[in-house]
Design a protein around this ligand. Structure first.
Ligand SMILES: C[S@@+](CC[C@H](N)C(=O)[O-])C[C@H]1O[C@@H](n2cnc3c(N)ncnc32)[C@H](O)[C@@H]1O
Length: 222
């Protein structure tokens, strides 16, 4: 994680219920509940760059039907991954696997994709625009037909980062999802800190096999 933020410290922003991040978490949880409500039977959730997993795990912990849901969380930071494992254990969630892996590599997804609900939250503002487009291009490979993808990107950045649009890129993000075969189900914004935004799209295309990639899917730049 050299050169990127201290992501354990970053999670402290969730302590303030008025933070933009807390707004985002509430919206993501709401949409996760909605996505699971709409999808009966055994379902698979995949969370990429999951942090301590409080979005997916918080939702599963609230659901009486959590047993029908299996979840794989991919998180690079081993201590955050362990926190997620501990939270899953504490909530009695039997079907959660937390992998301490680089989600920029396709191997990290083996057996976890395709999924019915894919969480790409807290990624797009931390990688170069070109990597955002690459992840959206690969997203069909992560999805079963009809899958929901939750994504986020803030619309204001405190500093310039190489290759990263510092302001609102989301019209293009939404258009790129549409080009990749996704239908928009929700798009919400908040004008608090960082001007966060959350989108939900549904994969309307056919099944696509996970393919080896010659280069990393993405690399965090902060
Ligand atoms: C902005 S946080 C978002 C965490 C979580 N999705 C959330 O919204 O609370 C980004 C997370 O991605 C993790 N991360 C960064 N690069 C990664 C990579 N290549 N593979 C997996 N996780 C990565 C960081 O350690 C951090 O926990």
């Amino acid at each position: 994680m050299t050169g990127t933020r201290d992501y354990q410290d970053w999670h402290r922003r969730y302590d303030d219920p008025r933070s933009g991040l807390s707004w985002r978490l509430r919206r993501v949880r709401r949409h996760l509940h909605g996505a699971l409500d709409e999808r009966a039977g055994d379902r698979r959730v995949l969370s990429v760059c999951a942090g301590d997993g409080r979005d997916v795990l918080g939702v599963l912990a609230e659901r009486a039907d959590a047993d029908r849901v299996s979840a794989v969380l991919l998180e690079l930071h081993p201590e955050l991954a362990q926190r997620a494992r501990d939270a899953a254990d504490a909530a009695g969630l039997a079907h959660v696997e937390v992998r301490a892996v680089d989600a920029g590599t396709v191997q990290a997804y083996a057996g976890a994709a395709p999924a019915d609900v894919v969480v790409l939250v807290g990624i797009f503002g931390n990688i170069a625009d070109a990597d955002v487009w690459r992840v959206i291009g690969v997203a069909p490979q992560l999805c079963r037909p009809g899958a929901a993808v939750l994504w986020s990107r803030g619309r204001r950045f405190s500093r310039e980062l190489p290759g990263v649009t510092a302001g609102d890129l989301n019209d293009e993000v939404r258009a790129r999802f549409a080009d990749a075969g996704f239908e928009e189900q929700a798009y919400e914004t908040h004008d608090g800190g960082g001007r966060p935004a959350v989108g939900v799209v549904r994969y309307a295309g056919p099944a696509v096999d996970l393919r080896p990639a010659p280069a990393p899917l993405f690399t965090f730049v902060r």
